[in-house]
Write a protein that binds this ligand. Structure first.
Ligand code: 6PG
Length: 254
């Protein structure tokens, strides 16, 4: 496992090998968690980067080796659309793996984006409290995140007031049309995870990755504000996303 406060960085030749490595990491990490606890809580991300990973989780060997009955799936963020909408993060995960593997339906804790941002955030917060307990900040075993070329992560956008939130667990995000309203986990929840895993691929991410990982996040990008307080942080990158990070060795044979 990764440990300590400084991020662990792994670089892979291309998005395909990045996806395979992420699937291996998640399988091994879930085993490590389940060796000492009876459940594995996993917050999924949206975006295009995790698609490969998701489809691999539904394929051999990962599908057969993962303990689906003990895994609970949540989302880091969601767009305010019905669950069968093309922009739904739930639909992305459902189509690419959750519909093809056997977690019990009660283990899938989606964000009800179709209820609108305020209600959906409230209902999701209640769901988080039911699962993790009411008296402390939820501690996900694993939070999967992506980073936008503008430095956003989950639905925490640069300069947005949601970044300042200290109390709420899930937040409504109101955006100007044509952008869709969203719901996002707050930074205190993201930063209370046991393990945060960022996946980034493509050269459009290279500048943000350099600023966050190499330069100490001078712009205060939300993705760079995710620094687990007690947990660990890993960035898995493809070669293009890592191209401005000099001196970071690529994983071999991937
Ligand atoms: C979403 C996200 C978002 C995403 C980044 C990176 O719902 O879109 O959760 O934060 O992870 O925008 O997206 P890509 O993987 O498409 O680059």
């Amino acid at each position: 496992m990764t440990s300590g406060r400084s991020p662990s960085i792994r670089v892979f030749a291309d998005p395909e090998s990045l996806g395979r490595a992420a699937a291996d990491f998640i399988l091994n990490f879930s085993r490590w968690v389940l060796a000492s606890r009876g459940r594995f809580s996993f917050a999924l991300s949206g975006g295009s980067t995790p698609k490969k990973l998701y489809s691999l989780l539904a394929a051999s060997p990962w599908r057969d080796e993962f303990t689906w009955s003990m895994a609970h799936f949540f989302w880091s963020d969601e767009r305010c659309v019905p669950p069968d909408h093309a922009e739904s993060n739930y639909k992305l995960a459902f189509d690419s793996f959750l519909s093809r593997v056997p977690p019990p339906p009660q283990n899938v804790h989606r964000i009800h984006g179709e209820e609108g941002p305020d209600k959906a955030a409230r209902v999701y917060e209640e769901e988080l409290q039911r699962f993790f307990g009411r008296n402390s900040v939820p501690a996900f075993d694993l939070v999967l995140l992506g980073a936008g070329g503008d430095g956003h992560t989950a639905s925490l956008f640069p300069g947005a007031p949601e970044i300042q939130e200290q109390k709420r667990l899930a937040l409504p995000v109101h955006l100007e049309p044509p952008r869709l309203n969203r719901v996002t986990l707050s930074l205190p929840v993201l930063n209370n995870a046991v393990q945060v895993l960022f996946l980034a691929a493509g050269s459009s991410k290279a500048g943000v990755v350099r600023q966050i990982i190499r330069e100490g996040n001078p712009e205060g990008y939300p993705a760079g504000l995710v620094r687990p307080v007690h947990g660990s942080l890993m960035w898995m990158l493809d070669h293009d996303a890592a191209r401005e990070l000099r001196g970071v060795q690529s994983d071999k044979n991937r």
